[in-house]
Write a protein that binds this ligand. Structure first.
Ligand code: HEM
Ligand SMILES: CC(C)=CCC/C(C)=C/CC/C(C)=C/COP(=O)(O)OP(=O)(O)O
Length: 298
């Protein structure tokens, strides 16, 4: 009896380590944006194949990309307080286990997308994996403060992947959704980087506040919140979305710009933490508003 309990505990402990590797909370929002892309791609409801297999495939490949990032960055993660408790720096999992896990999970996701969705979605998802796991993590992140701006392109892909899962094509509307997440990424990340600057400096990563200082970064967070407001007007301007979306976007943008302005003029770490938390709420509500508006268009 005792041995059974111990075995169950240790299996659930190991499963939790693998689950942590996939950065579940970030990936949850990524998958949410992909699913909204699926619904927006059609006037009715997306087909069951696209919805179920598409969601599962994108989720698995995104989780594999996150695990691969944990593998590559284990030394960096060991230095920063925020990431030091991850399974690799803690020695709970080793590099081989992580690599095999990432390959299996990613491979399964790619197979599901190819077999049950369509090859276009599979190839775009593979390109997104490479964009985040290789181009961002290995090439951009250690070398340029524009790392998250350029690397943001892979984080912005999920709604496009959702869209192609349903329509097997990329349209202007899908690219607008891409653009919104692309412009949202810098104020999302730099808000966090502002109150974690010392850690990034210690880890030797050239994030914007490390290379160009906090004031420059704060001003750029503000500028990006304004560019984001302009970008989020496009769905209404092109009649892709109606008044429910517009009103939601105006409120969310007013709050985000106010955060950006206060960060610029009256900085505190506590404010930056709230701005970072709000950035996540912002994207979640904006995409939820796109969805509601899609079915109640005025
Ligand atoms: C290059 C692009 C991105 C960078 C550099 C970035 C950076 C980060 C970092 C460093 C954190 C960790 C915060 C912490 O540990 O407290 C984080 C959290 C988060 N990010 Fe991003 N992010 C990016 C793109 C995205 C995208 C595209 C999404 C979703 C669509 C997203 C959603 C989230 C969420 C939901 C969290 C909170 C996770 C939690 O509470 O544990 N991020 N991001
Ligand atoms: C296939 C597909 C849809 C892939 C999506 C790509 C993906 C997982 C993007 C997430 C972005 C992310 C976790 C950024 C964290 O930055 P970081 O890695 O610099 O953060 P860290 O310091 O917490 O490791």
């Amino acid at each position: 009896m005792q041995t059974t309990v111990t075995a169950v505990n240790s299996i659930s402990h190991i499963a939790k380590q693998y689950w942590t590797l996939t950065k579940p909370r970030v990936v949850a929002l990524i998958v949410f944006c992909a699913v909204i892309g699926m619904f927006l791609a059609t006037p009715g409801l997306p087909g069951a194949n696209a919805l179920v297999a598409g969601t599962l495939g994108i989720w698995l490949v995104a989780g594999a990309a996150a695990a691969f990032n944990c593998l590559v960055e284990q030394q960096i993660d060991a230095v920063m307080a925020r990431t030091r408790a991850r399974p690799l720096p803690r020695g709970e999992l080793n590099s081989v286990q992580t690599l095999v896990f990432s390959a299996l999970v990613g491979g399964l996701g790619v197979w599901i997308l190819y077999t049950f969705v369509n090859p276009l979605t599979m190839w775009l998802t593979v390109a997104t994996f490479i964009g985040y796991a290789v181009i961002y993590t290995l090439l951009l992140k250690p070398n340029t403060p524009q790392n998250i701006v350029i690397g943001g392109a892979s984080g912005a892909m999920p709604p496009v992947l959702g869209w192609t899962a349903v329509t097997n094509s990329v349209s202007a509307e899908a690219l607008v959704l891409f653009l919104i997440i692309f412009v949202w990424t810098p104020p999302h990340f730099w808000s966090l980087a502002l109150y974690r600057t010392q850690e990034y400096a210690k880890a030797g990563l050239p994030m914007l506040p490390v290379t160009h200082g906090p004031e420059f970064t704060r001003f750029h967070v503000f500028l990006y919140t304004i560019m984001l407001a302009a970008t989020t007007a496009i769905p209404y301007a092109m009649k892709m979305s109606g008044l429910i979306y517009l009103l939601s976007a105006v409120v969310l943008n007013a709050i985000f710009i106010a955060y950006g302005y206060r960060l610029w003029k009256n900085y505190s770490d506590a404010l930056a933490k709230r701005a970072f938390a709000f950035s996540i709420a912002y994207l979640s509500f904006l995409f939820a508003a796109l969805l509601v508006d899609h079915y109640f268009y005025f």
